[in-house]
Design a protein around this ligand. Structure first.
Ligand SMILES: *Cc1c(COP(=O)(O)O)cnc(C)c1O
Length: 435
């Protein structure tokens, strides 16, 4: 072990050895975690490590690099923008890329989801959605500032978004007293669930601003799927009880599900507010958007300056980010990304099926270009991850989940590499732990 660590240090680049003590990593126990892998470059679906090894990125850098790394069309758009206008504040000034992107997103989203507020991360996009919903009611003289949200949900790491995450995953008890109190329930999955939820909403009459949900797939909370019925039920309940319906499409939006660009289109449900981020720039620059319907937007139009939306991140609508996002949307138009996502889904279904029924494997499920293996206990994340790295694949298991969300441009051969790594790693683990 010590030998191993020393060998690593010898071959590590200098920036890595000298910077290591200074970078605080996400969700990482800095005392015990395996050190991260230094990456020198990336191209297509592959990461090249500093020691020369190549890994297929099976999770698209947290679900973002849908077109792979360094797509020439996006790279060219960013370079062109860099040479004309890398950034300018959106307060009082306007630029082409943000205005073009807003118009395009409004055109792509169903119905009158026409009004785009830009920010720079997914968490902030959800914060803005929550603020929009609360202020929508405040502007009309109602103090309705709480949200209905769901077990298994994940909406970000900031304080307001933690409050609408799953109570355990969102660390509600750890941060008790610091978090807003929301109404957290199970997703309604049938008529009975819908009726029960209706009764619960009635009990909170007058205090709820809206419902926040990840449509069709709850991602970071455990990769749990639900049917369009659930979203249709939420729409019915929202209408009946006058709540705003917020779809957090930060994970599933922009082609990941294959059947359409957005989950709301697949479910045939029109939300009042949608959030996007992750894949928005094709995984090249941080950018997020909160998109509201005409009814929401209109409630902010007033002669009272305090009725304006009270938000404005410094880097909102960053021109480089918007240029990358416009180029990413070009690629969705000019290349068959949705078909590719569907093909990946079929490949995942075929290849992962052998794990079903294996001792220790609780479930195998696929939706769009998302493949999930759920184990019967918390996965030994470092071990599974190392087993995949040995097979040339980058994956990052969490809790009881080993999953893949490959770039949508992943070809058959690279997909086979990902799925064989998953199958072999889990089979090995199963043999050792379930004798
Ligand atoms: C990742 C994610 C977020 C948070 O986005 P960040 O950019 O990490 O702040 C919010 N909602 C969903 C559904 C996500 O998957």
């Amino acid at each position: 072990m010590a030998q191993c660590a020393r060998d690593r240090t010898m071959s590590d680049p200098q920036w890595y050895s000298t910077g290591r003590d200074h970078v605080w990593l996400p969700y990482t126990q800095m005392k015990t975690a395996r050190p991260p892998l230094p990456v020198a470059s990336a191209e297509g679906v592959k990461l090249r490590l500093a020691d020369g090894r190549e890994l297929v990125d099976g999770i698209s850098s947290w679900w973002a690099t849908v077109h792979g790394y360094r797509h020439p069309h996006i790279e060219e758009a960013i370079r062109r923008q860099l040479e004309t206008l890398p950034h300018v504040m959106l307060g009082g000034l306007a630029h082409e890329q943000a205005y073009t992107l807003a118009r395009r997103l409004a055109g792509m989203l169903p119905g009158d989801l026409d009004h785009v507020f830009f920010s720079d991360s997914g968490s902030v996009a959800v914060e803005v959605a929550m603020k929009m919903a609360a202020q929508f009611w405040l502007n009309q003289g109602h103090r309705r500032v709480k949200f209905l949200c769901f077990r298994g949900g994940y909406h970000g790491d900031t304080f307001a978004t933690m409050s609408v995450c799953d109570p355990d995953e969102g660390m509600h008890s750890l941060f008790r007293g610091a978090l807003l109190e929301q109404v957290v329930v199970d997703l309604p999955r049938d008529a009975e669930g819908e009726a029960a939820l209706g009764a619960l909403i009635e009990q909170h009459r007058g205090e709820l601003a809206g419902i926040v949900v990840e449509p069709l797939v709850q991602g970071a909370g455990g990769m749990v799927f639900h049917d369009p019925f659930t979203l249709q039920a939420l729409r019915r309940l929202a209408d009946e009880h006058e709540l705003l319906l917020i779809f957090d499409e930060i994970f599933v939006g922009l082609g990941r599900l294959g059947d359409a660009m957005f989950a709301c289109q697949i479910a045939g449900v029109q939300p009042d507010i949608v959030t996007l981020s992750k894949a928005l720039t094709g995984g090249n620059l941080p950018l997020a958007a909160t998109i509201a319907s005409g009814r929401i937007y209109d409630a902010f139009l007033s002669d009272d300056p305090m009725h304006a939306l009270m938000h404005g991140p410094t880097y909102m609508g960053n021109a480089l980010g918007c240029a990358a996002a416009n180029a990413s949307l070009d690629l969705f138009e000019s290349e068959p990304r949705l078909e590719q996502a569907q093909a990946i889904g079929r490949g995942l279904e075929q290849a992962l099926e052998v794990l079903r029924g294996l001792p220790g494997v609780r479930d195998v499920r696929v939706r769009g270009a998302i493949g999930v293996i759920q184990l019967d206990r918390t996965a030994p994340a470092d071990r599974l991850s190392a087993a995949c790295i040995d097979r040339g694949v980058w994956l990052r298991p969490f809790r009881d989940i080993l999953y893949t969300t490959p770039p949508l441009v992943t070809g058959e051969e690279d997909l086979a590499r990902i799925t064989s790594a998953m199958v072999e790693a889990v089979t090995e683990w199963s043999r050792e732990t379930h004798v």
